[in-house]
Ligand binder design. Structure first.
Ligand SMILES: Nc1ncnc2c1ncn2[C@@H]1O[C@H](COP(=O)(O)OP(=O)(O)OP(=O)(O)O)[C@@H](O)[C@H]1O
Length: 251
């Protein structure tokens, strides 16, 4: 396998006496989707928050492209190519699809406000925004006001906004939440396309989707990594079946 783009090295996060993540290790590789599974409260959001820079680890390291980025802010991580989506949609509902993506693209610039005086840069962000919209499957909807899109389209828009920042690592927190089966199937196809050129971490409760798209699965329980490996090995793992879904259950 290729060298890892992003590495979580013994990440630990304590909240008072609770270890929400303890010595969590995982690797994200270009061309691969790594899914993070676990029951409610297992520590998945805490893990993604540490990787994105939204939450400082208590100990451990995050390495991106060989460089220790543990102390960089979320904005700094976004600028070097680590993008995340949130569990709750993060779009500006009164703005159009293109405006939402243009704002996301601008956030990547060191001095985003200068954009208004710099025509060249402006066309660059529009180009980047349009490419992101097309890649997220929203071509033709550039002028739609975001709040009028369907739920599934709004989740696609959120991914388009991450793509508009030129992210090479995508940290996706439950992108299928609240979707119907048709929308979920579309999102799975979208994720398959996106992972070809990027590294993806997917936190997702929809098992069918996870097994359809993941190359590697890490299962967390009570802040600890219970198992990590290829989907078939995880499916067959008795510890996973017992601890994650309860005695006698099958993933
Ligand atoms: N800011 C916080 N302060 C205190 N405890 C927290 C905080 N954030 C998370 N926790 C606790 O850490 C543990 C892990 O929470 P986390 O949200 O990471 O789990 P999760 O696997 O993402 O769950 P879910 O699937 O419900 O989103 C839980 O026991 C939670 O109550």
């Amino acid at each position: 396998m290729s060298e890892a783009m992003l590495v979580a090295d013994k990440l630990t996060r304590r909240f008072g006496g609770l270890a929400a993540n303890q010595d969590v290790c995982l690797e994200l590789h270009r061309g691969a989707l790594h899914a993070l599974l676990g029951p409610n409260g297992a520590g998945k959001s805490t893990c993604i928050n540490m990787l994105s820079g939204d939450l400082p680890p208590s100990s451990g390291r995050i390495v991106f492209g060989g460089r220790d980025i543990s102390t960089l802010t979320a904005a700094q991580r976004s600028r070097i190519g680590i993008g995340r989506s949130y569990q709750r949609t993060n779009i500006f509902p009164g703005f159009t699809v293109l405006e939402n993506c243009r704002l996301a693209a601008q956030s990547r610039n060191p001095r985003p406000w200068k954009i208004f005086t710099d025509a060249l840069r402006l066309s660059d962000t529009v180009t980047r925004a349009e490419a992101a919209i097309a890649e997220a499957g929203l071509a033709g909807r550039e002028g739609r006001v975001a709040g009028t899109l369907s739920h599934g389209e709004q989740r696609q828009l959120e991914i388009a906004m991450v793509l508009a920042t030129d992210a090479q690592v995508l940290l996706l927190d439950e992108p299928l939440a609240g979707m119907g089966s048709e929308e979920s199937a579309q999102m799975v196809e979208l994720l398959k396309g996106l992972k070809a050129r990027r590294a993806i971490l997917l936190v997702e409760h929809d098992m069918d989707a996870v097994f359809a798209v993941a190359d590697t699965i890490t299962v967390m329980v009570n802040g600890l990594v219970l198992a990590s490996g290829a989907p078939e090995a995880i499916r067959a793992n008795p510890d996973v079946q017992q601890a994650y879904l309860g005695e006698g259950a099958h993933v």
